[in-house]
Every structure is written in structure tokens, then in C-alpha cells.
Write a protein that binds this ligand. Structure first.
Ligand SMILES: C[S@@+](CC[C@H](N)C(=O)[O-])C[C@H]1O[C@@H](n2cnc3c(N)ncnc32)[C@H](O)[C@@H]1O
Length: 563
């Protein structure tokens, strides 16, 4: 008779529990849930929600909006004034009321404050630690996953300490010492130090089961891998073989040049149109219009309607000159000067020097100086990337402490425009090469708050400021030049002032940015850098790196103090 409830099932209508095929008691409810230790089950009827004993009787007098199962002797209840936990006798465990409560697992329970923050409480209801998170999951095997405000996840221990300090796009709790983790490249498994078990990335992975896990490849394949990421068994072939996928990569220049040709010829400005109309309007050789349009369809930048008229797809609309973040000038830049220079990448790798400079006999920025059309194209491309990539920089840079800001190497000023629009009190100076600032113009609404100054990043700067931005400037340079620019920046910023370096930050754990890094070598002998490398070059010139804030694009904001 004792502990009979352990064998209780739930009736089909969920109005009562059943024992050995018969009702376990006489009472009936609107709904009941499973029994849990210490022999209590959530039930709801006209009087409200509460817990019942194995005899179907109320375990206490209180009534709630909803009640949940007992875990570790505590049950979450939802009352009119909020969520909290009760003990087996129905008495509240603590006075606080939350926006939501989880269930106790391993002596810890996740709760959400009314303001939205999550944290864990311990068995007497006190906070387990001082930190607050955007989300906190259940503890398992001594650790839980928490998510901070920038959306990144990590593992904490029962006292709230970070166990490895590595942050991931998504993360799971440990399952026998390994956890599923997702970084910018995909899903994989990490060990207790947060390090990947292997290099491969997947679109999905299952936890290891006796040393093996089922994974779905980025190529759509399904396989079983071991703890070194090696494939043991193929469960489904990829829609495209490695041979086919690599062959496709090897002709990447077909894509670059097809898009470049369509932009140069003005194809997107002709649409909607038939292939013959496109051919005539863009003065293509007769009979090739249809061939170009077929290739553009393969690239999914145009589609053809039932009448044979071509239209830009949503992706293709980005190649129209009129698009607010048009990539048409970027297509020209990649298809012309970048493309030509990349033909010298082998030499760049042998010499460590810029292939562009070898080809043209001068640096990229000196070459642009005498070519107004290419200069305009390049800065228009940079502005489009800035409008897209810096879209949340204004929210992330806390500029309220500054009256003015200096954007050194700020180009046409796109980033400054966004900052000024979000900080109505702020004024800004954009410093760049003379030929750049001579043709740059602020938008009418910002004319009074933004000025352009000609200045050389490598010489003494004509302006000082306690807040300076260097966005995508340092990556144009090898270390020696980067240090020279930082030295000039340090001279221009009083002690205690702030330098904001906005750049992609390479990550030791992934290969993200590898191709962009090679592009910097080819074009300007520049380089993408890791956080450690930035910290080192900043320290050499008198800056202390304060923090690195990721943006929603490829760039991060490195905040450094002038020491
Ligand atoms: C890659 S662009 C970045 C532009 C802008 N900051 C952005 O993030 O979009 C590099 C900028 O540095 C400027 N620049 C290059 N060398 C310079 C120099 N010696 N003095 C001043 N500006 C320079 C270029 O004209 C260009 O505007």
C-alpha cells in the first residue's frame, strides 16, 4: 500500500489517476499531472490549482493559477502575484515573486525576474550567485548554460563561476563530459575546457552516445562520428559530393566575374525585361543576352516570369545602383582591382608583400589618388558595407560621455553619420586623405555637426580628441604601419581618452576571416588579427584594451584606454 502512487498512471481524460487499470481514488479533477516525490501531484479543479495526495485529497488549503510537479521537495506555483516555490506542506519557500520559475535540479533552480533577467536560486530560495543573464538553463552534471545580453552562451558551475570562459552562439549542457556547441562556423562538440574536440563543423550534432554521435553535415550529409570527429558511418550522402563541392569552389571567379559583368553592363537597371531587350539595351553581342541571363538565374540574382521577362530577386536587387545598400560598386571593386591583384596571390605568399603594389608599382591608396572614378567606386562600396555592417554600432558604442568624436580614416563618413543621428548632442570630425575629404559631403541634416579634415594617419594628426575611432584601418596595415598609426592616435588622444578600433577579430577556435585576411595581404599587405594580437599592438603604443564587443556583423568593437 505504501508508495502506491509510484505505480499510478493518468486516465485517458486526465481527470484522475489510475492504479492497476482502476481509478486510484474517488475524486475527479479538470486535469491532473504525474506524481512526484514526496507523493504529490498537480491537479486543477473549479477551486483552482493545487497538489493532491495519493488518496486524491488536497495536500494543503492554498489555491493557485497553476502548479507544477515537485522536484527535490519543491514545486513551482504560479499565483496572482507571481511565481514562486512551495514546500511539500504547501508553505512558500521564500518571499520573492518571480516572472517565471523552473524546477529544482541538482539543488539549483532557474528563475526569471520581472525585468527579464534570469539567474539561479539555491534550495532555500537565496540567489546562487550575483550574476544576471538573458537566459539560464537547468543544471546537469554540476554545470548550467547561461546566455549573456549579446546572445552568447557559456557554462557556469553551481556557484556561478565561468568554468572555461569561452562563449558560443549556442550551447548545451554537458552530457558525459562533452557538450554540443555552436560557433560562427557551426555545431560541434566541446570538452570541459570549452575547446572543440575536432576541427569539423556541422549543421547539427547529437550528444555522444557510447563514444559516437550522429551529425548532420553542412553539406546535408548524415553520418556517425567518433570523438575525434572522424566519420565512422555514412547514413545519408550529401546532395553534392566533395568532388563536386570543391570543383564549384575552384571556379569562384566565374561568379565574381558574371556578377561584375552584369553590373558593368547595367543589366539590373534594365529589368524587368526579356533577354533580347537586356541584350539590346546593354549593347551586348547578339545571341549572348540569354546566356548571361541564364547564368544570373543560376546565381539566383534574377528570375524569369511566365512571359519570359527577367526580374531581380531580393538578393539581386542589392546589385541595383538605386538600392539603399547597393553592392554594385562593391561588385566593380571585387571584379576589377581585387580580381587582378588576386592573380598574384602566389607571389604575395612567397614574399609576404602586396600583389596589388607589385602589379601597379604603388600602394592601393596612392593608386586611388590619381583615379577619381575608381576612388568614387571604392568609397561608395565602403559606404554600403558601412551602412550594413555598422548598423548596430551606434547602440553598442556608449558615446554619451563625449562631446565630439574623431573618425580617423573615416572615408566618406558613413559610420559618423549613423553615430550623429543616434546621439543628437555629438559633433564629429572625419579625417582622411586629402583626395577623399575633398569630394566627401555630409548629408544636409548633419552639415553643422560634422566636418572633414585632410590628414595623414602616419604623420602628426591635425586634430586631437578624447574619443577616436579607427574602423577597418588597422587591417589595411602590416604590424609596423599599424604601430605607427596607433602611435599617432596615442599622441592625438589625451590620457584617459578612448580609442575604438572597429575590425573583424579572428578567433583562435575557428577559421572565420581566413580569406579576408589573405585579401588584406594581397591588396595592402595588411592582416586581420586576433584579440591577443590587437591587445599586444595596442599595449605597445600606450593603450590598454578594455573589452571587445561583438556586433551583429563581422566586425567587433575593441575599446581601449589611452594610458
Ligand atoms: C578600408 S577603408 C575604411 C573606411 C571606413 N573607416 C570604414 O570603416 O568604412 C580605409 C580608409 O583609410 C583611409 N586611409 C588610408 N591610408 C590613409 C592615410 N595614410 N591617411 C589617412 N587616411 C588613410 C582610406 O582613404 C580609407 O578611407
Amino acid at each position: 500500500m505504501k508508495e502506491r502512487w509510484r505505480e499510478y498512471g493518468i486516465s485517458e481524460s486526465a481527470s484522475h489517476h489510475v492504479y492497476k487499470g482502476r481509478p486510484a481514488y474517488r475524486s475527479r479533477f479538470d486535469e491532473v499531472m504525474k506524481f512526484h516525490e514526496p507523493g504529490l501531484a498537480p491537479a486543477i479543479d473549479g477551486s483552482g490549482a493545487y497538489h493532491i495526495t495519493a488518496d486524491g485529497l488536497p495536500a494543503y488549503e492554498s489555491r493557485y493559477v497553476s502548479t507544477f510537479g515537485y522536484y527535490e521537495g519543491r514545486a513551482a506555483v504560479h499565483s496572482d502575484d507571481g511565481w514562486f516555490h512551495i514546500l511539500a506542506d504547501g508553505s512558500p519557500l521564500y518571499k520573492e515573486r518571480y516572472a517565471w520559475c523552473g524546477n529544482f535540479q541538482e539543488d539549483r533552480c532557474a528563475v526569471r525576474l520581472r525585468g527579464g533577467d534570469y539567474f539561479h536560486i539555491i534550495s532555500d530560495g537565496l540567489p546562487a550567485y550575483r550574476g544576471r543573464y538573458r537566459y539560464a538553463g537547468d543544471f546537469k552534471e554540476g554545470y548550467a548554460v547561461v546566455q549573456r545580453d549579446d546572445g552568447k552562451h557559456t557554462h557556469i558551475d553551481a556557484s556561478g563561476n565561468l568554468i572555461h570562459g569561452r562563449w558560443f552562439k549556442d550551447l548545451d549542457v554537458f552530457h558525459k563530459r562533452y557538450a554540443r556547441a555552436c560557433d560562427s562556423e557551426g555545431w560541434h562538440h566541446v570538452d570541459m575546457t570549452g575547446m572543440p574536440l575536432y576541427r569539423e563543423r556541422f549543421s547539427n550534432v547529437e550528444p555522444f552516445y557510447n563514444g559516437q554521435a550522429r551529425v548532420e553535415g553542412l553539406d546535408g550529409s548524415l553520418s556517425v562520428v567518433n570523438e575525434s570527429g572522424l566519420t565512422l558511418l555514412e547514413l545519408r550522402s550529401p546532395p553534392q559530393s566533395h568532388f563536386e563541392a570543391l570543383s564549384r569552389e575552384m571556379v569562384g571567379h566565374w561568379r565574381t566575374q558574371t556578377i561584375h559583368a552584369a553590373v558593368e553592363l547595367g543589366v539590373f537597371e534594365c529589368l524587368p525585361a526579356s533577354d533580347i531587350e537586356v541584350q539590346e539595351r546593354t549593347r551586348m553581342h547578339r545571341s549572348v543576352g540569354a546566356r548571361l541571363m541564364r547564368a544570373l538565374m543560376e546565381l539566383e540574382v534574377v528570375w524569369r516570369d511566365v512571359d519570359g521577362l527577367y526580374h531581380p530577386t531580393n538578393r539581386g536587387a542589392l546589385l541595383m545602383r538605386s538600392h539603399p545598400i547597393s553592392l554594385s560598386d562593391a561588385a566593380r571593386h571585387w571584379g576589377r582591382e581585387s580580381y587582378q591583384s588576386w592573380s598574384g596571390v602566389v607571389r604575395s605568399l612567397q614574399t609576404g608583400k602586396s600583389a596589388f603594389e607589385k602589379l601597379h608599382g604603388k600602394s592601393f591608396f596612392d593608386w586611388l589618388q590619381d583615379r577619381p572614378c575608381d576612388l568614387r567606386t571604392y568609397h561608395s562600396a565602403m559606404s554600403a558595407y558601412a551602412r550594413h555592417d555598422y548598423r548596430d554600432v551606434s547602440d553598442l558604442l556608449e558615446l554619451t560621455d563625449h562631446d565630439s568624436i574623431l573618425d580617423a580614416g573615416g572615408g566618406a563618413g558613413e559610420l559618423v553619420f549613423a553615430l550623429l543621428r543616434s546621439c543628437p548632442e555629438l559633433e564629429a570630425t572625419i579625417m582622411d586623405r586629402a583626395e577623399v575629404v575633398e569630394v566627401a559631403m555630409p548629408p544636409a541634416d548633419l552639415a553643422g555637426r560634422c566636418r572633414y579634415v585632410a590628414g595623414d594617419l602616419f604623420e602628426e594628426w591635425p586634430v586631437t580628441s578624447d574619443a577616436v575611432i579607427l574602423s577597418r584601418v588597422i587591417h589595411d596595415c602590416p604590424n609596423g604601419d599599424a604601430l605607427r598609426i596607433l602611435r599617432r592616435a596615442r599622441e592625438a588622444i589625451p590620457r584617459g581618452g578612448t580609442l575604438y578600433v572597429i575590425e573583424m577579430v579572428l578567433d583562435e577556435a575557428t577559421s572565420r576571416g581566413g580569406l579576408l585576411d589573405l585579401n588584406m595581404l594581397v591588396m595592402t599587405q595588411g592582416a586581420e588579427r586576433t584579440e591577443k594580437q590587437f591587445r599586444e599592438i595596442l599595449a605597445q603604443e600606450g593603450f590598454g584594451l578594455l573589452d571587445v564587443v561583438e556586433t551583429s556583423s563581422v566586425s567587433s568593437i575593441l575599446r581601449a584606454r589611452a594610458l
